[in-house]
Design a protein around this ligand. Structure first.
Ligand SMILES: Cc1cc2nc3c(=O)[nH]c(=O)nc-3n(C[C@H](O)[C@H](O)[C@H](O)COP(=O)(O)OP(=O)(O)OC[C@H]3O[C@@H](n4cnc5c(N)ncnc54)[C@H](O)[C@@H]3O)c2cc1C
Length: 457
């Protein structure tokens, strides 16, 4: 048998598995989390229920394919549950890595380890109830700064300003190293929180950075910005509501200053100049001027990086892939071994594992399918690798002391969650602790056994 292994069950992994299964191969998914979905389940904003439900349905359809096998709660990597070499010993015909970008980027600032300083992904995992982040301390204070000006930063502001059950935030400040015309968020996302912006305060901030932006031919007039990025502000009737959302442009964090308890009390930022580059883009260059922001919580939303502990060769931008040749537009999925200057046979990366923090779920799906198509092309011409059966895979994992979650377990967990959702009158419910998930699976198994044992009336 030629089996294709897929590491990770986010959109890229699930659709890579589907592609492999549709080509007639058995797809074996190994996923760190008990449940599939990755950031589609544990990153996409909690109230985007319709989008999440749609994705869950599609993932369910993939798992329903008889030649797709699932092993959740199994983390692949040098320092984790099972190494790549151990996977190889099960004789897959190819391995597709779809494990996303699990590392967090740090700026190496003084005070970065202070309490109340978080990486965006960890914080997002927390409010989306992914174990173990769900039950860890991600307490926020009254004044929160978020570094970064993309959709993830706006999602977090959205949570703090509108949906956080603790309602702790009185102000949220988005800190951006460049100017207002270079914000990266979408109109749809800012729309959720625009009402929290004070128009006079935003106008004052635009005025504060106007001259520096003008040197790079950037027009930051309120008229232009309201037209392009803050459309609600165009209305003369616009009234802002609490808690307050502010922007601090042309500013880069330089130090985190904790209080006596070790929690962040202030953020020092450098004032930046903008420099026009030859290709027309700009770079932010810090000046010697410093400002202090009074904040008790700081969240870095500056993108993620690849987990270096998986055991894949690393390049400058993450896992090393075949160097680009020919058309630069064509992505390269094959993992590259710089030592032998050749592609690792049958080894591919897709989705955010290929390009960290890039694109929406649909893009990750497409990337997973395209990478899997390359894997299928490779496998087709290979002799039978004699991949071990799904039962043997399960036994090997269990023999290592692991507790893999199978498709049958997922179905039981789904039943238990549906029951909880109904009891709580929620559109959906998910357990935020692995132990609770295992208890729910065991509970459902027992119930099913009792039904079987009870005499028919
Ligand atoms: C805050 C946030 C909000 C977003 N909102 C939207 C949105 O509204 N709409 C939209 O379309 N997109 C949104 N996205 C983007 C979308 O979530 C991603 O495009 C997509 O999830 C990337 O898919 P992926 O499969 O490459 O990686 P991921 O979704 O990260 O999946 C990676 C999978 O690999 C597993 N894994 C990790 N390490 C290992 C390991 N060592 N061994 C085994 N398994 C492992 C993980 O458990 C996970 O299941 C958002 C992203 C974020 C961060």
């Amino acid at each position: 048998m030629k089996g294709i292994f897929v590491v990770g069950a986010g959109p890229a992994g699930m659709f890579a598995a589907r592609q492999a299964a549709m080509a007639g191969y058995d797809a074996f998914i190994f996923n760190r989390d008990i449940k599939p979905g990755g950031l589609a389940e544990y990153g996409i904003y909690p109230t985007k229920e319709k989008m999440k439900a749609g994705l869950r349905k599609q993932f369910g359809q993939v798992l329903d394919m008889p030649n797709v096998h699932y092993f959740g709660h199994v983390q692949v990597g040098e320092d984790y549950d099972i190494t790549i070499d151990e996977l190889r010993a099960m004789r897959p015909a190819a391995i597709i890595f779809a494990c996303g970008a699990q590392g967090t980027r740090k700026l190496g600032l003084p005070g970065e380890d202070a309490k109340g300083v978080y990486a965006a992904k960890d914080f997002v995992y927390h409010y989306n109830r992914l174990p173990p982040f769900a039950t860890m301390d991600f307490s926020t204070g009254k004044h929160v700064a978020i570094v970064g000006v993309g959709n993830v930063a706006i999602d977090i502001a959205h949570w703090l300003l509108r949906d956080d059950p603790a309602h702790a935030a009185e102000s949220v400040t988005i800190v951006a190293r460049r100017g207002p015309v270079e914000v990266k968020f979408d109109e749809k996302e800012i729309d959720y929180v625009e009402q929290h912006i004070s128009k006079p305060e935003l106008v004052a901030e635009l005025e504060r950075v106007r001259e520096r932006c003008a040197r790079c031919n950037q027009d930051v007039s309120a008229e232009k910005l309201f037209e392009e990025h803050f459309r609600r502000m165009k209305s003369p009737d616009f009234v802002s509501i609490a808690p307050r959302l502010s922007f601090r442009f042309l500013s880069s964090p330089t130090a985190i200053l904790p209080d006596a308890s070790g929690r962040i009390a202030h953020l020092e930022v450098a004032e930046n100049d903008l420099v026009l580059k030859a290709d027309g883009s700009t770079s932010a260059v810090s000046t010697s001027a410093r400002s202090i922001l009074d904040v008790d919580t700081l969240i870095f939303a500056i993108g993620d990086k690849h987990d270096a502990h998986i055991g894949l060769p690393m390049g400058p931008d993450g896992y090393a892939t075949e160097p680009a040749t020919g058309s630069a537009a064509e992505p390269h999925f094959a993992v590259w071994d710089a030592q032998t200057a050749s592609a690792l046979p049958g080894c591919y990366v897709v989705g955010w594992a290929r390009k960290a923090s890039t694109g929406l779920a649909g893009i990750a799906r497409h990337d997973g399918e395209s990478g899997a198509a390359k894997a299928v092309e490779f496998v087709k011409d290979q002799p039978d690798s004699q991949t071990i059966s799904s039962r043997q895979v399960l036994e090997r994992l269990q023999a290592k002391g692991l507790t893999p979650v199978t498709k049958a377990d997922l179905a039981l967990l789904g039943k238990a969650e549906a029951r909880e959702a109904q009891a709580r009158q929620l559109p959906s419910f998910k357990f935020s602790d692995n132990a609770d998930m295992f208890a729910a699976i065991t509970g459902q198994k027992k119930e099913a056994e009792e039904v079987q044992l009870s005499p028919a009336d």
